[in-house]
Ligand binder design. Structure first.
Ligand code: SF4
Length: 415
């Protein structure tokens, strides 16, 4: 059994800059909503944010708010509020926590940012079902509650190869949103600006990819747990120069760590891949658990999902459609297995953690034999941990700890 000693991962200095950028973003949203100077659009995480930004909307991402509810451990008490009005405890706990927070009239934003009292009231809700159906149901609730339109894209799922037919379908659906958005925003879409925004998203994506790929170095200069925090600008500010400027700073710091031979975790011995969502309310505990065992969780499907190589300012609608379709969560198991095998080789992974999140089957890839198939094909062992992104009632800390300790021991013995 490993020695009981808490080891924290090393602080990333750029984090202070990120906190300022994120604060500016949230204050900007709040100002838009409270003064009416700009219209507010809510958008799903891989919805058409580039289009909304180009059309002058301040863009709020409810999933980001859901993650904040999880990370602040507010969600477990709020989920029952949504359950009480008919939203099952088995569906997305971002959805139930977020709706619960609305019903109760509380938000972590007011604790983090003085003067912000609530999430920004939307003028329009824009979804893409590329990730799941829950986002459409989530926005439908707010649409009924607040009397604002909910519009979006219905995406194919379980896609093996993304074909022209898929791209045509989704590109047409994105273009079809324009007249309604023009009416709400009161201004015409400027195609030149859309090209610029898509190009900025592309640049952001390339830098974020470089940031994550610094972890191919041994020791790795960052962890998955850092990644879940530092992906904030890539999630809420893609398509802006602020996100790009931030990732240049972060990348420089991580490259310096590599030159200095500094790892995010002292004495890195085991290199772990995380498949699935983080347990937001346990980021610190999980980070300490792995670091104490001299294991670094260095790569993940989740953080890499904000890499969109398809964005191309020369062909904005089709390239947005392609980017939103190429997302891991949209793809078939055959594609996902190829993708993970490439990641295992690129990051020289010793073991895989599969987080089976009770309320998100879409991000839980351990239910149809994938761990067994990947282990047979690569010889790299996997461990499934049961938990949830936000509902801590589904998380067993003791069991996770015991299983992870045994798993890291097994990797050490197999070396
Ligand atoms: S993908 Fe999962 S976590 Fe994300 S919105 Fe859908 S159900 Fe919720």
């Amino acid at each position: 059994m490993a020695e009981e000693k808490k080891t924290a991962r090393k602080k990333i200095q750029a984090g202070d800059l990120m906190n300022r950028i994120m604060a500016d973003y949230f204050y900007g949203l709040n100002e838009a909503a409270t003064t009416g100077k700009r219209k507010v659009a809510w958008c799903t995480s891989v919805g058409p944010a580039e289009l909304l930004r180009t059309m002058g909307f301040a863009v709020h991402f409810p999933e980001n708010h859901g993650a904040m509810l999880g990370a602040t451990r507010m969600s477990t008490d709020l989920i029952p509020e949504a359950n009480a009005i008919g939203y099952s405890p088995d569906i997305c706990s971002y959805l139930t926590a977020d709706i619960g927070s609305y019903i109760k009239g509380i938000t972590p934003l007011s604790k983090a940012y003085k003067g912000i009292e609530s999430v920004p009231k939307p003028d329009v809700l824009v979804y893409n079902t590329n990730q799941c159906r829950d986002v459409q149901d989530w926005f439908a609730w707010y649409s009924r509650k607040l009397g604002v339109p909910s519009i979006g894209v219905t995406s194919p799922k379980n896609v093996n190869d993304v074909t022209d037919a898929h791209i045509d379908d989704v590109a047409r659906q994105i273009e079809a949103l324009v007249p309604a958005l023009e009416e709400i925003s009161g201004s015409k879409l400027d195609m030149e600006r859309l090209r610029e925004t898509v190009s900025l998203s592309r640049e952001c994506t390339e830098l974020w990819k470089k940031v994550l790929e610094t972890a191919t170095a041994a020791p790795a200069p960052l962890t998955f747990f850092d990644g879940t925090i530092h992906m904030g600008p890539a999630v809420v500010l893609r398509g802006t120069p602020e996100a790009i400027d931030y990732y240049k700073v972060l990348l420089a710091e991580l490259e310096q760590r590599i030159r200095d031979g500094v790892g995010a975790v002292d004495e890195e011995e085991a290199r772990i891949y995380w498949e699935g969502m983080p347990v937001w309310g346990r980021l610190r505990q999980h980070s300490e658990l792995f670091a104490t065992l001299k294991a670094n969780v260095i790569a993940s499907t989740y953080c890499s999902s904000w890499i969109f190589p398809a964005f191309d300012g020369r062909d904005p609608f089709r390239s947005m459609a392609k980017a939103y379709l190429e997302l891991f969560i949209v793809r078939s198991d055959a594609y996902k297995e190829r993708y993970i095998r490439e990641m295992l080789a690129k990051f020289r992974i010793d073991g895989i953690i599969y987080h089976d999140a009770k309320t998100c089957p879409y991000n839980s890839n351990s239910r149809y034999g994938m761990p067994q198939r990947l282990e047979a094909a690569t010889g790299i062992p996997g461990l499934v941990i049961s938990g949830d992104l936000n509902d801590l009632r589904c998380v067993s800390d003791e069991q996770t700890k015991t299983n992870v300790e045994a798993f890291i021991e097994q990797i050490a013995e197999g070396r």
